[in-house]
Design a protein around this ligand. Structure first.
Ligand code: CO
Length: 179
């Protein structure tokens, strides 16, 4: 099991659009495995490669009893409906906000065998995938909040980070939950 360190808000990696994966090779498979281990250890439901400092279009999502979904070069093909729910993020521990997302999506992604496949997802599973695709585009959940709520959240974040420097967080098993 290889746990990678998580980049917190302040890391430039979180604000970059990640690069397409050219081919699913051993390096990509290792990255997927590490993302999966790190997400599980941090008790998150999703983790994108740029959250561990790598600007690749790779992420993993694990919601409830569903099998883990690997996202490589994911594309959202369809969105329907709207649902508002509370969201968090492993890159902003203990910060939460209500985000409106599509209730149903169709996502196309490359799997670990290098083949494209489609998934129809709803509710929390759809939300988690949209959150991770946002990460790959350099977007964070609070970008969807109103300017006032965003300011409040960022003020709270600054306060919680008082006296701490840097934006790399070591992951050890059993951390706070988030995506
Ligand atoms: Co996140």
């Amino acid at each position: 099991m290889a746990l990678r360190s998580i980049h917190l808000l302040g890391s430039p990696a979180l604000r970059k659009r990640s690069d397409e994966v050219e081919s699913v090779d051993e390096e990509v498979r290792t990255l997927v495995r590490d993302l999966s281990d790190t997400m599980t250890a941090a008790e998150g439901i999703g983790l994108a490669a740029n959250q561990v400092g790598l600007a690749r279009r790779v992420a993993v999502v694990q919601v409830g009893d569903h099998p883990e979904l690997v996202l490589i070069n994911p594309e959202i093909l369809e969105t329907d409906g709207e649902e508002k729910d509370e969201e968090g993020c492993l890159s902003l521990p203990d910060m939460f906000g209500d985000v409106a997302r599509a209730q149903r999506i169709v996502v196309e992604t490359t799997n670990l065998d290098g083949e494209r496949e489609r998934h129809e997802l709803t509710d929390l599973f759809a939300r988690a995938v949209l959150h991770e695709v946002d990460h790959l585009n350099g977007v964070l959940f609070f970008d969807h909040l109103s300017p006032l709520k965003r300011r409040m959240l960022l003020a709270k974040w600054k306060k919680s980070r008082k006296g701490q420097t840097g934006y790399i967080k070591e992951v050890t098993p059993a951390e706070a939950s988030g995506t």
